[in-house]
Design a protein around this ligand. Structure first.
Ligand code: ATP
Length: 238
């Protein structure tokens, strides 16, 4: 399978259950929202998918590579945007991306071309010479998404990427990432606790207290009122 597959993942922090028998898959070109209130287990799952730590039980497969048995094969297919921004504010946008390119073995003209291609993709090309610290929060996040695409991953993981952004910046980022899935065939997993970031055709996984409560098309799970359905399932006000 070319996308992402999570099979029967269980993880505990000491005696605390963070994930219990979590299974789902996201296909090529699908935008999948992982929706859960605080403490649902979203960041724990991201930590497992990026191999910050290993699951006690279950399997994770990325672009057909089992993360435990073929970690290098799996990890090179992942692009990650973490919840906390990780940008060098003193460098230009271009320089931030060039450093990241070098980490992936891309140098010189090839790196320059790739930097401009990913910035173009996120509508950021004209800002390549600006200092990252001078960008607004939305543009800084778009720069981070562009950076996550530098090594041509097939799976993009985003952990609550719109935290702290205003409504217009959130919509712009959501639009861009939907286009990456629809036009470029990227497999997207978008963790959020905000129902209004989810569109009816999106795949949706509702996670609560470490368990999957619903999985399917957002429009089918939520009908005309996804927010009401989410609150009914989890008791959480989003
Ligand atoms: N390093 C850790 N050590 C101990 N417990 C942890 C650790 N990380 C998370 N937890 C616990 O695991 C559970 C799931 O937390 P997690 O951060 O994965 O949820 P989340 O859905 O990402 O929440 P949030 O939206 O608040 O980031 C919570 O009960 C949390 O307190």
């Amino acid at each position: 399978m070319s996308g992402l597959s999570i099979e029967s993942i269980t993880h505990r922090w000491g005696a605390k259950r963070a994930l219990e028998d979590v299974s789902f898959s996201v296909g090529r070109g699908e935008f999948c929202a992982l929706l859960g209130p605080n403490g649902a287990g979203k960041s724990t799952l991201f930590g497992l998918m990026t191999r910050l730590f290993t699951p006690r039980a279950g399997a994770i497969s990325i672009a057909g590579h089992d993360l435990a048995r073929e970690p290098h094969g799996a990890l090179r297919h992942i692009g990650v945007v973490f919840q906390q921004p990780t940008v060098d504010l003193d460098l230009t946008v271009r320089r931030n991306l060039l450093y990241f390119a070098a980490l992936h073995g891309l140098f010189g003209r090839r790196a320059e071309v790739r930097v401009m291609a990913v910035l173009e993709r996120l509508g950021m090309a004209e800002r390549s010479g600006e200092r990252a610290g001078a960008l607004n929060g939305g543009h800084r996040r778009r720069m981070e998404i562009a950076r996550a695409l530098m090594h041509c991953p097939s799976v993009l993981l985003l952990d609550e990427p719109t935290v702290g952004l205003d409504a217009a910046a959130r919509v712009a980022i959501i639009d861009h990432v939907h286009r990456l899935a629809a036009d470029d065939g990227l497999t997207v997993l978008w963790a959020t606790h905000l129902v209004d970031e989810i569109r009816p055709p999106d795949r949706l996984i509702i996670l609560h207290r470490g368990r999957v409560l619903a999985s399917g098309a957002a429009g089918e799970i939520g009908g005309a009122d996804l927010s009401g359905r989410f609150i009914a399932l989890t008791g959480a006000v989003s």
